[in-house]
Design a protein around this ligand. Structure first.
Ligand code: SAM
Length: 319
């Protein structure tokens, strides 16, 4: 049995209701070709506002910084705005470490964030993956909804891309759907007909409200964005994992493109949406809940509710 069969237990896709850290810890090393995650800003956990200072300590350090240097954190007190970030990064860090571990040597990691968090997360990812493994910052630009007149209206998300090994990672530009040239008259008819490879700035509208693609899950991302990621960064037949899967967009793209998928979410509603969405695409999808989670659980059950995203915590794309 290959590591991938270990992960999927022979299915085309597996959807798991669980805290992703528990699932990650159970996966074999180097078993996943592509990881895409779009974590919420608010983890749903009670936020403890702590103020931390870190000092260099190779012996008893509890954090790893640049170049693998160890630091010890000292709690100074409470009530600092930075503490929110600190909590967020504390939540992400062990999950990112595990995600790196389960990536195959040719694997890629995509982290979807917004401009408020991406810079903090970039520093953390550089420490975990290595700065030399940073491949791209993709800007997903959309143009929808109200525009403030007090600053430049914020209409983009950031997707950080890392390779497990910068010399070996899978990237198939030929598999990516090409896009029209902005000035086709300048490139000649043959090139104009073929179109061009997208750059690191992707113009793509949000999932249209009321459209066919809409699942009703609040933070659903367009399948076109995931299609581009999966076609470039996962070999045909390979395994795509999304550990903050929401409505299962990464699974929908994987299924459409002949890849397999593992989707994890701690919200029973997300699992219901995914199961419905992906069952329609063909058989071979296993849906399960790990101990302590139940798809039939009342939404206020403490062990589930503690991990469920607070509605509105992830800023929704503007209506
Ligand atoms: C922004 S949404 C993902 C949306 C998804 N990309 C889509 O297209 O539908 C983030 C998801 O992470 C889930 N989540 C938050 N904390 C989690 C955890 N510890 N384990 C698993 N899922 C978690 C939330 O329930 C939510 O569905």
């Amino acid at each position: 049995m290959s590591e991938q069969d270990d992960v999927l237990r022979g299915a085309t896709g597996r959807i798991v209701l669980a805290d992703n850290l528990a699932v990650l810890a159970s996966l074999p090393d180097e078993s996943i070709d592509l990881i895409y995650v779009d974590p919420p800003f608010n983890t749903g956990k009670r936020q403890t506002l702590r103020r931390l200072r870190t000092i260099r300590d190779e012996g008893a350090g509890d954090r790893t910084g640049f170049g693998g240097r160890r630091y010890r954190s000292i709690q100074l007190g409470a009530h600092s705005y930075l503490d929110v970030h600190d909590d967020y990064l504390d939540f992400l860090e062990p999950r990112l470490v595990e995600m790196r571990r389960v990536l195959r040597p040719t694997g890629s990691f995509y982290l979807h964030l917004d401009p408020r968090e991406v810079h903090y997360a970039k520093v953390l990812c550089d420490a975990i993956f290595g700065r030399e493994c940073f491949v791209n910052e993709v800007i997903w630009a959309y143009d929808y909804g109200a525009r403030t007149r007090r600053r430049w209206p914020a209409k983009h998300d950031d997707i950080l891309v890392y390779a497990k090994d910068p010399n070996r990672y899978w990237f198939d530009d030929e598999a990516v759907e090409r896009i029209p040239y902005m000035a086709p008259g300048l490139v000649g008819p043959e090139k104009a007909a073929r179109g061009k490879l997208p750059t690191d700035t992707w113009w793509q509208t949000i999932v249209p409200p009321g459209g066919k693609e809409r699942t009703g899950y609040p933070t659903q991302k367009p399948v076109a964005v995931l299609r581009r990621i999966v076609s470039a960064s996962c070999p045909p037949g390979g395994l795509v994992a999304d550990f903050f899967a929401g409505s299962g967009t990464a699974g929908a793209a994987a299924l459409e493109l002949g890849r397999r998928f593992l989707l994890v979410d701690s919200n029973p509603e997300a699992v219901e949406v995914m199961a419905r969405r992906l069952a329609a695409g063909g058989g071979g999808v296993v849906v399960e809940a790990v101990a302590g989670f139940s798809a039939a659980a009342p939404a206020d059950r403490a062990d589930v509710a503690d991990l469920v995203e607070t509605p509105g915590a992830t800023p929704p794309l503007e209506p």
